[in-house]
Design a binder for this molecule. Structure first.
Ligand code: SAH
Length: 261
């Protein structure tokens, strides 16, 4: 077989990174790398692991240690996903997060739709406590594997396997379509860090116009984040919204409220 024929048989690796946050057992990092590599994913990213990869990692990776060796290590989740077009957070708890919730199939469909526009992150939490609320708020949507609610928490690497498998099925074109996840990924989608800059300015502007009137801003901010994240903003739209905010802040300042932005 020619090289061309071979390469046609091998699906392109999608620009999808698996981000492990605060992993406690180094063995799980290796097992997650193995889960990914079997499904054709290669980008492993670590955020503040409790212990550095060690012999347990290597043993559990069983040949996927190249992914661990190449894995960047970040101090925070925000750093790890700053350049991403889409960030999906996997959570064992079917809690009422103020986030759209997807099942793994829907997540895979959406991840592939966005992977053409920029990096996509699938984020996994700590073995004991999962992702905290601030980390989940950094995600565009939550992903829950519909496990038994009476025993809902999968092993970290098992959860990585389920998500990677669903991505694989979509890459191979044999996965069941999940129309509920059909969100149009457009060109020029804003990067995660641009959106966070917008949310920070939105928070400031709302304070300056006294929008919250003594209430805590958290609930309104979560709802606003959800609304804007659902919109799939591109960079030009983020700039437009920030322009509106800048004028709002200027008017608030002229009216004698708030601080100079
Ligand atoms: N006790 C933790 C469970 C953490 S399991 C908690 O209640 O959140 C480690 C990680 O595996 C989770 O943070 C999540 O990213 C992933 N995971 C485990 N079970 C999952 C499920 N049913 N659906 C989605 N992700 C899951």
């Amino acid at each position: 077989m020619s090289d061309d024929a071979i390469s046609q048989d091998i699906p392109a690796t999608p620009d999808i990174r698996i981000v492990l946050v605060g992993t406690q057992h180094p063995g799980n990092i290796g097992a997650a790398a193995r889960a990914m590599k079997t499904m054709g994913l290669s980008q492993l990213v670590l955020v503040a692991p409790e212990k550095a990869p060690d012999r347990d990692t290597e043993a559990m990776a069983a040949g996927a240690d190249d992914l661990v060796a190449a894995a960047p290590v970040h101090a925070t989740l925000a750093d790890a996903v700053a350049d991403c077009a889409l960030v999906l957070g996997c959570t064992a708890r079917n809690r009422r997060v103020q986030l759209e919730q997807l099942d793994p199939r829907e997540a895979a469909v959406r991840a592939l739709a966005f992977a053409g526009q920029g990096p996509v992150a699938l984020v996994f939490g700590r073995e004991r406590t999962g992702l905290d609320n601030n980390e989940l708020q950094l995600c565009h949507a939550a992903v829950h594997i519909p496990s038994d609610p009476a025993f809902s928490s999968l092993n970290l690497a098992a959860a990585v396997q389920v998500l990677s498998y669903e991505v694989r099925m979509q890459v191979l074109g044999v996965g069941t379509p999940a129309p509920a996840a059909a969100v149009i990924a457009r060109e020029g989608l804003a990067q995660h860090a641009e959106l966070e800059g917008f949310f920070a300015q939105l928070g400031e502007a709302l304070e300056q116009i006294d929008f919250h009137k003594g209430r805590t801003p958290d609930s309104a901010m979560r709802k606003l984040r959800r609304l804007y994240l659902r919109a799939g903003l591109d960079s030009a739209e983020v700039r437009l919204l920030r322009g509106v905010l800048a004028d709002t802040q200027r008017m608030a300042m002229l009216a004698g409220r708030g601080k100079i932005p």
